[in-house]
Design a binder for this molecule. Structure first.
Ligand code: SF4
Ligand code: SF4
Length: 339
């Protein structure tokens, strides 16, 4: 089983403890954070294990790349902390279990990994995804979702098998070496998580935004600037791959979208609240949704753009009720090139 690359000494010598002092849910000052940091570094049962709402943000806050969030999830499992009730957790683990039925399929570039979102396959169309082929399903599901469940062992066991399935049945026999990830979480699995656990990824993962940017540049003559004011809703998985977040502004610039300023964005982004519902923290989910909507309304945005389908599904109704149009990034870009 792959092991997390976590350096205890890095944490013990850390004076700022950004991972915990910047956490909006733990409420710790520096002395308190240092005490909890000591417990976490030594594998103890810190109160953070119970307070953590699995927003993923501390993975981005650590300036030394020491994987505090992955460490927290490992310790939640070790100490029997279940952020989501065990019954829901077991149901999800069973319902998304691999079926072991992957077979060779003829695919051609660009290949889009749709994760478990086949309902969005109509987004994958020309010209943004010219001649694209796709796959999805539980045999190729990245399984990072279990970070929300305090069940790191499930991700650790399943992800190497998924990587092997994708490579052996879909990419290698078709002479392909690149995979475009529709969801931030899959891209994070093949980059951040794979690096943290020393997993071999024999193909090149490509973030959806990288693919979109390349295509928009190729299709520059067809772009009709949208001339709208939009907000961007950043998702939790993107905290694992913060280097991709800057691509939002580059895409918006190319298609004539002016990004509004908001309180809850970039490093201060709020989760959509779906995981809070699963954690039975309904008041927190409601409060979070209200903050997001009020923030959007005061920003003057006419549109709110998403990359994560789960954030989109969770928030779209409330956003529409506020008179703002929710859209997925891929659909927004297709509109800009007249589709
Ligand atoms: S995880 Fe990073 S920020 Fe947190 S204590 Fe360790 S080194 Fe410091
Ligand atoms: S994942 Fe979020 S809630 Fe949990 S400790 Fe890190 S910053 Fe705090």
């Amino acid at each position: 089983m792959p092991e997390l690359k976590f350096e205890k000494d890095l944490c013990m010598q850390c004076e700022t403890v950004d991972c915990l002092t910047k956490c909006r849910y733990a409420g710790l000052d520096i002395p308190q954070a240092k005490r909890e940091r000591d417990l976490l570094a030594n594998g103890g049962k810190s109160r953070v294990l119970n307070d953590c709402v699995t927003c993923y943000a501390c993975e981005e806050f650590c300036p030394k790349g020491n994987h505090p969030f992955y460490r927290i999830v490992e310790l939640q499992e070790k100490h029997g902390v279940h952020p989501v009730p065990a019954q829901i957790e077991e149901h999800q683990i069973a319902s998304l279990a691999p079926k072991g039925k992957t077979q060779f399929r003829e695919l051609h570039a660009p290949v889009i990994d749709m994760c478990t979102f086949p309902m969005l396959k109509d987004s994958i169309r020309s010209p943004l995804f010219e001649n694209a082929s796709m796959f999805w399903g539980t045999d190729v599901f990245c399984n990072l979702m279990y970070l929300h469940f305090g069940r790191m062992s499930v991700s650790r066991q399943r992800l190497p098998v998924m990587i092997e399935n994708i490579w052996r049945y879909y990419l290698e026999p078709n002479g392909l070496s690149e995979l475009v990830c529709y969801h931030d979480e899959c891209y994070a699995a093949f980059t951040s998580y794979a690096e943290a656990y020393g997993l071999n990824v024999p193909f090149k993962p490509v973030h959806l935004f990288e693919h979109i940017l390349d295509r928009l540049k190729q299709l520059k003559g067809r772009i009709r600037p949208l001339n709208i004011r939009a907000a961007y809703h950043r998702n939790c998985s993107n905290r694992l791959v913060p280097e991709t977040h800057a691509l939002v502004d580059r895409i918006f610039d190319l298609i004539g979208v002016s990004r509004v300023k908001r309180h809850y964005e970039d490093g201060d982004a709020l989760c959509c609240g779906l995981n809070f519902e699963a954690q039975q923290r309904s008041d927190l989910a409601k409060d979070t949704r209200n903050r997001i909507i009020e923030d959007l309304k005061s920003s003057g945005a006419t549109h709110c753009i998403y990359n994560c389908p789960m954030c989109f599904f969770t928030l779209q109704e409330s956003v529409r009720s506020a008179g703002i149009t929710p859209m997925l990034m891929a659909d927004l870009c297709q509109t800009a090139i007249g589709e």
